[in-house]
Write a protein that binds this ligand. Sequence first.
Ligand code: NAD
Length: 971
Amino acid sequence: MASATGIAGLEPRIQSLGGRLLARVDRELKAAGGGWLDVLVRRAIQDPEFRVQALRFVDVLPTLQDDAELVAHLKEYFADTALPWPAVSDWSLRHSDAPWAVPIAAPLVRATLRGLSRRFMGGRDTRQALGTISRLQHNGMAYTLDLLGEAVLSEREADRYQQACIALLQDLARAAGPAAQRPHVSLKLSSLYSQIHPADPDGSVAAIAARLRPILAVARELGAAVTFDMEQYAFRHIVMQCFMTVLLEPEFRDWPDAGIVIQTYLKEAADDLQTLLAWADRRATPVQLRIVRGAYWDYETVIARQHGWDAPVWEEKAQTDASFESCLELLMSRSGSVAVAVASHNVRSLACAMALAESRGFSAEDFEFQMLYGMADELKLALVEMGYRLRVYVPFGETLHGMAYLVRRLLENSSGQSILDSGLGQASLEKPRPSAAREVARPPGSFSNQPVHRFVRAEERTAFAAALRAARERLGEDYPLVIGGEPVTGAGWITSSNPARPAEVIGRVARADRSLADQALVAAREAAPGWSRLPAHERAAWLRKIAAALLRQRDRFAAWEVLEAGKNWTEADADVCEAIDFLNYYAVQAERLAAPQVVESSGEHNRCDYRPRGVGLVIAPWNFPLAILTGMLSATIVTGNTAIVKPSSLTPVIGAHFMQLLREAGLPPGVVNYLPGDGKAVGEYLAASPRINIIAFTGSRAVGTRLLGVGAQLQPGQTHVKRVIAEMGGKNAIIVDADADLDDAVPGVLQSAFGYQGQKCSAASRVIVVGGLYAVFVERLVEAAQSLTVGDPQQPGNFMGPVIDAVAYARIRKVIEAGRQRAQLLGGDAGRLPRAGHYLAPQIFTGVTPQDPLAQEEIFGPVLAVLPADDFEEALAIANGTAYALTGGVYSRYPEHLVRAREAFHVGNLYLNRGITGALVSRQPFGGFRLSGTGSKAGGPDTLLQFMDTVCVTENTLRRGFAPESRDKRE
Ligand code: NAD
């Protein structure tokens, strides 16, 4: 960390400057006293449960226009917790059922929220913000304004943010008299492009820069300064690239009034700083670098854990503190090419900056401190008194839009990362001492999901693009059938083409006929005895070996999915990861189920074991061409059965590559036989065969129900009942409750309805909006849907690709045309779809009745029906009113409605306050009931049971009155 001549050598001076700062703060604190807000914050620090409820309540509060609704929420959130509000609110809470309680409690709570907003936000509009600025100026402080807004979900919203920033700069310049300060604004770049995506930095930067340049031009003309805020880690590389690109352009290259932020809680902070310093040297005109700790620590940590990624942020506060100091030292040693802004509420950090500035001969004019509005006001006054320059970061905007900011501030104030935690005593001056890094080892035999690519690292993106190029080199190859471990020529060919470029042949795959199907049956039968005799752990080892091989080639497989199935980068990668998960997870489950279940009774030994059933027929769909095929196949073989795999004729090349991988892994011949072919001619023929024991099918309701019938027919010579597992379609609904957060609900619905062009069995095809939110929801949804990028999925910036083939395209078009006769179609594709390829833009229907085919039949394309409901119960009734029961979702911040949904929303997979697609193996065992499936789940603890028979052996161990100890116990 700091060298001897740096911070380490300055320690005595840091202590003495810090001591002086603390003495002044102490004086200010005594003068200020504590208000009721401090009581609230203190309670939140001490009581984590209260903190969670309070933050959630604050989050929902501004959407509650109706007083009775507000009090109902208050009661739900704090039913079991005493409130720190003045006694009256507690009292009214207890009496909240009484009509007279509402007019008392609601205004009180609203006043509390206004108090909170006033504390951390500088006003609701520019006029109020100007008032705040002039009060700050009066206290000797400068400002930077941050315009808070709703999440930018559409290009129109991005345009509005751009215009609002320009208007703000102009208002500030107009308000500035001769003595006033120059305008200073902090920008959120993610708000300048609704389709910003980590995998597509170039496209994102181009789109952001187009809206950014006019803002910077106005700023420059008005003599204003602009800082680019840093936001989530996922966008950090885009913000940096945008900053370094635009400010090197001739128009801005010699403009000194731009700045950017370094978040020192990031493990890569020092590298970022070096990059920016080297860039600033090249540019020659200084920029401002604002060094901060970072405001999204909780978010980054949770998101990383959820996805199994390494956290990008330091896990311990002391590590962040140490990182802050080393970055500060580097920054202040290089202040020639950059202006330095030290943004912190941490006394030691401030003292370090003072000591470094002093030792480098800076005057107080050469750098500035920055602090947040409403935070550590005593420190602000102390710094000004000591003669330092201080800029206050002032967010302003509508209370509703400020909630995310407000919750972050409250969280910061009440979780272990802040000034309030380190306190303002002498201890706050202690040097940070990070503890040594700990490696947490995963217990052997446990399962964890394969993390998907985050695409924030250049290496990840370059490798993926290279895999796509390599796959393209192999377009048009021929692939054989595989029977008994041997490549076999088919009775003809299935030609697979790229749905994004229909003239492009992905490959030709040999097509089986009935006689080849018979050969496959013989091969699978012959391999069955040897394979079934292997101990479970050996078969599990095969699955793990295959999973490891697939992991090594994950980008190669994902590239084929982009080309053959039309998936975008993220969807393709996720499908490969899910395939890896199925292999690893079923390996663990097979080992678990291998342990016998023994029940001892006096003189009696009972032991249950699972046995393979024989030969499994795996019939897979095209929409998750690797994951579902691998899932059904691995469940079949890990339980000791052998398999015949019939892939969809639309994605047989991906299956063929997987077969090659199995052969390279050395799987014994005949255990898996690959038999692409016509569904009816080959699939149904095999399904009817008396030599098939299990049919594992995933696909449409029509075929699934037909196979249930075929499987039930006894054939001559058949001596067993077939087990038919049929996972079928859905007509999935998301309910958006009256108090939902649209910043979450709109993107959640979009992703669920239009991700992979709506071609997921789990996709949302109905959204039911409760109460008065309908109009605003529809407006934002349609605008956001129209902003989604549609095009060749080889380009990482395209969210939607083509639908799978010309047949699907024509079918969906027909549904849309028929739907237009009965309902209103909003939006459209005009002019933005590529000419070749089976592209459809998102289609949103309103005015749809619950019984309309648009709301009843699976469409399997990017078509969404929006339906209104008067209340939550009606919404539930509509949601449940179809023949399907696969997935469903609810966006609500009313706890009682979430409870109600758990018990009365009839679907196999219910998602609360998130999108409804993307189930993960083990975490969300997947599958539906009613006409969505036979009720079993894929990727769950019970899945493998369906692939086996249970055998129970009972032995009478009593001989002439003597019963020995249990055999299994002795083993
Ligand atoms: P599909 O039913 O048309 O085809 C599925 C598979 O069945 C293909 O391999 C096909 O060749 C084969 N097949 C077709 N007719 C057959 C017959 N008569 N006998 C035997 N096999 C036959 O479905 P699809 O278009 O590939 O996939 C889309 C459907 O799958 C949608 O309805 C979707 O909801 C459903 N799906 C369900 C799940 C789930 O887990 N519930 C997952 C993915 C897809």
